[in-house]
Design a protein around this ligand. Structure first.
Ligand code: ADP
Ligand code: MG
Length: 732
């Protein structure tokens, strides 16, 4: 007997090749495949007599195969199959292109139902590559009910991993039949009743094989709710568990912080103060902090984290400080070394690639020691603050007494990495085994403002601190949209800026790779397949832009380039040289997006700006305007569409990153906020993340449910589903 949890490998119809493809989509159990929803439907429910069908009309016919044979197309010699179908009213020719297997399944004398479009070509009217399904007939009476591929509203799935809709229907239909009335209801009865939702069994049928489009919509409503509700339960549960764990309370040492802040070369902004206070207050508690510090690029998050770090170190614990890239980690290492200069704090630096560059700051000396030694010292607790990249997440790195983990630019770490880190950082067993101490506090930071709906769902287990204020004296960056004809003027402007001693960033357009369109043989509808991005495509774009700028446009200026295929060493060197004003213009891919500080740069020129998300453009822009010089951001675009205009205009008018992120969510959907996809929310339901009312409602109901029944004892099916969900997102 099969259940929702039966692994798909036990489903006879699914062979090893398909198992692999499904696995790539994260589909491993029957539940997963039943929750792989169609993204649209094709209405083939209207079975018409052959005599009444019209040209170019999508329709469905049912009849007998009078003849069927293989052939080849005249010019290209492509295989084709021809058939003549007859019903009581007439006959029609059917042609399938490039589907040589058709004549193996369909034989003369078979009764069939076919759905597609009638085309008129030189050869006359014919039904072209229709979807088909064999049907039964008694006394010449055709039965067109309960079909899978035609004669009904037919589901069309996102055909990723080359899984055809036909194949998915062929798998899903019998599974649903098999599980009829056996699928446990995971939503509480009260919720179903109050919201007038379809019950699970019916909802699954109606989302895959709807009786009407209205019922499909109703099913979708239920699943949108259900998926969000599950996320809410998962994150709230996570929160509850964390609140039950113990952490080392880190006393709030007001004097220490005052002294440190007093020695800074600048005054903290109110927002920085407030955030730092919230963090220090959190860490005082004997439960692990899980806080997200959000603030625009340049708002000064590092120093806030450093205050938390200092407090932790002075209380006798260690700090792990992680950045998403080598360059950024290095920059932090430098800045933090300077800021902590006279405090007798040992700082270690560790990344995955640069094995040989491992240093320790001791009495203001940077000493290179072996990785082995660094790990030993970390384990003994002699390194107070260990900085680096993901390399710090490895299991072999052990701390003597880790008190705080800081994760910079947390959105750049995948959900899985984040989960692994949180798991590592918060798994009591693990820490108590290794160190005999409690769970460390976790401070994540991001410059990508998270829209409110997302903050309440996938980030709902975090507390938020927001720096919504830039340090004093920063000039507003002048932002302009530049159409092709404005290009020349910009080049002249850039030359002038360089004359004044400034430096320039040029960001190359994102190359999206070939969009290959393949024909869905069944419906002849064109389906976009997955976009394949060659990792070299962006490199090529940078190289071409570099050639153009250095040879044609600015032959008298010094131009360099940067892209993701360079080694960390190469990138580091370029950035360092740029910082030290060794050249004027840096042409780069989006790798510079994250946190590098080049105060002398005053122009950010973004080619193909319409191809980036608003939040990302905002981040690019944040690379300039970090000093007393007036800075500029030029958004170049070849697109004259109203939509592009409106979108880019938001960068000029928006007051802060939050506004932009909400817009991004509205325009591009949540898929752009890295990580959201990994939550395994079906595509069809992703959009419900835009729905504030739904998000708030699910959160409220999840909260109430957990308050009444924290272990979900009264809701076993839901508990089961939640456990599976949590496993999937690596919380368990
Ligand atoms: P982000 O929030 O993007 O990580 P950083 O922490 O890198 O920003 O800070 C950007 C720059 O601003 C750094 O050079 C930092 O030293 C400086 N800075 C931080 N806080 C202030 C402040 N209150 N006043 C002036 N400069 C500041
Ligand atoms: Mg930063």
């Amino acid at each position: 007997m099969i259940t929702l949890d039966t692994p798909i490998i036990q489903v006879q119809r699914i062979g090893p090749i398909f198992q692999k493809k499904l696995k790539k989509l994260g589909i491993e159990t029957i539940r997963d495949i039943l929750y792989h929803f169609p993204h649209r439907y094709e209405d083939f429910s209207n079975v018409k007599p052959i005599a009444r069908i019209k040209f170019n009309e999508k329709c469905c016919i049912a009849g007998k195969i009078l003849e069927i044979k293989d052939g080849r197309t005249w010019k290209k010699k492509m295989p084709l199959a021809n058939a003549i179908i007859q019903d009581e009213t007439g006959t029609i020719e059917v042609i399938w292109f490039n589907q040589p297997y058709i004549t193996k399944t369909l034989k003369k004398g078979d009764y069939v139902c076919m759905a597609g479009k009638i085309s008129l070509t030189g050869k006359g009217a014919h039904l072209s590559s229709p979807a088909y399904e064999k049907i039964s007939a008694t006394n010449n009476k055709l039965s067109v009910t309960n079909l899978t591929h035609a004669g009904r509203i037919v589901p069309v799935y996102p055909e990723t991993e080359k899984l055809s809709s036909r194949w998915l229907r062929y798998i899903i239909m019998p599974l649903l039949t098999n599980l009829k009335n056996k699928i446990p209801e995971a939503l509480p009865a009260k919720i179903i009743k109050e919201n007038n939702f379809l019950a699970i069994d019916k909802a699954l049928w109606q989302i895959h094989f709807p009786d009407s489009i209205e019922l499909a919509k109703k099913a979708k409503q239920r699943f949108s709710f259900e998926e969000l509700f599950n996320i809410q339960l998962a994150v709230l549960k996570e929160r509850m568990l964390l609140d039950q764990e113990s952490a080392n309370a880190i006393p709030f040492n007001v004097d220490l912080i005052k002294r440190f802040v007093g020695c800074l070369p600048f005054k903290l902004t109110d927002a920085q103060r407030k955030s730092a206070f919230q963090i220090l207050k959190d860490m005082e508690k004997p439960h692990p902090m899980n806080r997200l510090l959000e603030g625009d690029v340049g708002s000064g998050k590092t120093i806030v984290a450093l205050i938390a770090a200092l407090q932790t170190i002075k209380a006798g614990y260690q700090v792990a400080f992680m950045a998403p890239t080598e360059i950024l980690a290095k920059q932090h290492f430098k800045e933090i070394s300077t800021r902590l200069q006279n405090l007798r704090i040992n700082i270690g630096f560790l990344t995955s690639k640069e094995d040989e560059f491992i240093s320790r700051k001791l009495k203001n000396q940077t000493i290179e020691i072996s990785r082995q030694k660094l790990l030993e010292k970390t384990k003994k607790g002699e390194i107070d603050i260990l900085l680096g990249t993901h390399a710090l997440i490895q299991d072999k790195i052990k701390f003597g007494g880790l008190g705080l983990v800081v994760l910079d630019e947390q959105h750049r770490f995948g959900v899985n990495q984040r989960a692994k880190l949180c798991k590592n950082a918060t798994s009591k067993k693990k820490w108590s085994k290794i160190t005999g101490i409690a769970i460390p506090h976790l401070l994540s930071m991001t410059a990508t403002p998270i829209p409110r709906t997302l903050a309440l769902t996938i980030y709902g287990d975090l507390d938020l601190s927001i720096i919504d204020q830039l340090p004093k004296g920063r000039k507003k960056i002048k932002t302009e949209i530049i159409p092709p004809k404005g290009r020349k003027k910009i080049y002249t402007f850039i030359k002038n800026q360089v004359k004044k001693g400034r430096q320039i960033f040029v960001i190359c357009p994102r190359i999206e790779g070939e969009k290959t369109e393949i024909e869905n043989p069944e419906t002849k509808l064109k389906n976009k397949t997955e976009k394949k991005i060659s990792p070299w495509a962006n490199v090529k774009a940078v190289e071409e832009e570099y050639e153009k700028l250095s040879k044609e446009i600015f032959p008298e200026l010094k131009v360099e380039m940067l892209h993701g295929k360079m080694t960390p060493k190469e990138k580091e060197k370029i950035m360092l040289n740029f910082k030290n004003k060794k050249f004027d213009i840096l042409v780069s891919t989006s790798v510079i997006e994250v946190g590098i500080d080049i105060p002398n740069a005053s122009v950010m020129m973004i080619e193909g700006s319409d191809r980036f998300g608003l939040a990302q453009l905002h981040q690019f822009r944040g690379r300039v305007g970090r000093s007393k010089y007036q800075s500029y951001c030029f958004l170049l675009t070849d697109s004259f569409s109203q939509k592009t205009r409106q979108r880019l205009n938001a960068l000029i008018t928006a007051k802060n990153g939050f506004e932009l992120s909400e817009k991004d969510l509205e325009i591009r959907g949540p898929g752009d906020f890295s990580g959201t996809r990994q939550w395994g929310i079906p595509d069809l339901i992703m959009n419900s993340l835009k729905d504030m009312a739904l998000v708030e409602k699910t959160r409220q109901l999840a909260k109430e449910l957990l308050e009444q029944d924290p272990e979900l004892k009264k809701h076993p099916a839901l508990r089961d589903k939640l456990t599976k969900f949590r496993q999937k997102i690596h919380l368990e």
